[in-house]
Ligand binder design. Structure first.
Ligand SMILES: [Fe+2]
Length: 448
């Protein structure tokens, strides 16, 4: 008999018209789906209420500094050791893990059209197609970037990733992420983050779903410092939503997939592992609506560095040198006087993977379409194409609103290696790297 228990009425919190979530970033949250399931004033009582087991999930070393220390206590029907079995290798599909040197491509900017949906039923996990890898997962440094195009919900299938956390960027179709901590519904324009080690399954409310994933092997995503900006703007903590507790008390055949050490493993279970009745702590999945981002930018002249649009950052041991930054480009006003307003031409020690959720990106009026993606790797030149350059050089510089577009970037300190799958995709635009050739010489030493 299948029994799915919804969150208790008392633990539902209204947050921006979204019931079932708690607000804040990295708070010491607590939530219970049954009254009294959470121990009061202690973590590990001799006997937990309702016959639950207590289990700690540590996302940071025990001794990490307080500001970086992440853990949660889960009160569950069975501990995770009971949701276990003899693991065998699962079909790996096209999921790759760094280091992965499948190809040796000449250095060039790269861009792809959106990938299509498969004709055969494909789950969120099966759909994970790695485009780039960077760093080394075993060293807990670097990232992988994946795209997914899924066509079936995960039923009685569960997954957790030991190699990194997953930052999911839906682009076409929403996701309903049933996690140990509760349910997250993420639509295009929103992002969801599943921390390392958190079990979940993905349902597709729209029947299919496409998007991007940053698998972060490094330090957990956190909010960037604001410096002189002060206490407000950019991504505000209150706009991050963490689900209230919801559990499945379901006996019956199930399968758990685990990605560990770059390999996808599977084991058969006799019940759902999403059996956490109550939890508390600061290590939990969350979602965020990118349209809540409050941009800050140049008010008089010049074009600021894109770091002003950083939503989340995974810091490294080197100050100011992110393992990966997640950056969005939301609606905003362009007001700078006597300024070339699009992004300038540049070369960067950081490598940049870009995607477009909807709309049109200002530096690339053509060829970069929603669902597509581009890679501007370490120290490779890039900038506006000829259309964008000519238009911006001649534009009337009245205040102008860029609206109806949402691009994003995964920017990492590591060079990104393209997988052989990505290199052979028919969606790879063969002539993209030539766009610079169309920028003609304008130099005239006789005219300043
Ligand atoms: Fe760039």
């Amino acid at each position: 008999m299948n029994v799915v228990v919804r969150p208790a009425e008392a633990s539902s919190v209204e947050s921006g018209n979204q019931p079932g979530y708690m607000t804040g970033f990295g708070n010491g949250f607590e939530s219970e789906a049954l009254p009294g399931a959470l121990p009061v004033g202690r973590n590990s009582p001799q006997r937990c209420a309702y016959g639950l087991y207590a289990e700690q999930l540590s996302g940071a070393p025990f001794t990490a500094p307080r500001a970086r220390n992440e853990r949660s206590w889960l009160y569950r029907i069975r501990p995770t050791v009971a949701h276990w079995g003899r693991f065998s290798r699962a079909a790996q599909g096209l999921w790759r893990t760094a280091p992965c040197a499948e190809t040796e491509l000449p250095p060039a900017p790269m861009r792809w059209d959106p990938v299509g949906f498969p004709e055969s039923p494909t789950s969120f996990i099966e759909a994970m197609h790695t485009i780039t890898t960077a760093g080394d997962a075993a060293a807990m440094a670097g990232i992988a970037v994946h795209v997914y195009a899924a066509t079936r919900s995960m039923q009685d299938e569960y997954f957790y990733n030991a190699d990194g956390e997953l930052l999911i960027v839906p682009q076409d179709g929403g996701l309903r992420l049933c996690t140990e901590f509760g349910v997250i519904e993420a639509l295009p324009g929103e992002i969801a983050v599943i921390p390392r080690g958190v079990k979940f399954r993905a349902e597709l409310p729209d029947g299919r779903a496409r998007g991007y994933v940053c698998e972060n092997y490094g330090g957990a995503f956190t909010l960037p410092e604001r410096g002189p900006i002060g206490a407000n703007c950019l991504a505000n903590p209150r706009d991050f939503l963490t689900p209230v507790a919801a559990y499945e008390d379901r006996e019956g055949p199930a399968r758990l997939f685990v990605k560990w050490g770059g390999t996808l493993w599977q084991a058969d279970l006799a019940q759902s592992p999403l059996d956490v009745v109550a939890w508390h702590g600061n290590y939990a999945p969350y979602k965020y609506d990118l349209r809540r981002f409050s941009p800050v930018g140049p008010l008089l002249f010049d074009h600021a560095d894109p770091s002003i649009f950083t939503v989340l950052t995974s810091p490294s041991e080197t100050p100011g040198t992110a393992n990966v930054d997640f950056v969005c480009f939301p609606d905003r006003w362009m007001v700078s006087e006597n300024t070339f307003r699009p992004p300038w031409y540049h070369m960067n020690i950081m490598s940049e993977f870009m995607g477009l959720i909807y709309g049109q990106y200002d530096a690339k009026p053509r060829g970069f379409v929603p669902g597509g993606f581009s890679l501007h790797n370490t120290m490779l030149p890039h900038g506006p194409d000829v259309d964008a350059f000519e238009a911006a050089s001649q534009a009337d510089l009245a205040p102008h609103k860029l609206a109806g577009s949402m691009a994003f970037m995964f920017e990492t300190r590591f060079p990104q290696r393209v997988t052989s799958h990505a290199a052979e995709l028919p969606e790879l635009q063969p002539d993209y790297g030539d766009y610079g050739h169309r920028l003609v010489k304008k130099f005239n030493p006789a005219q300043a």
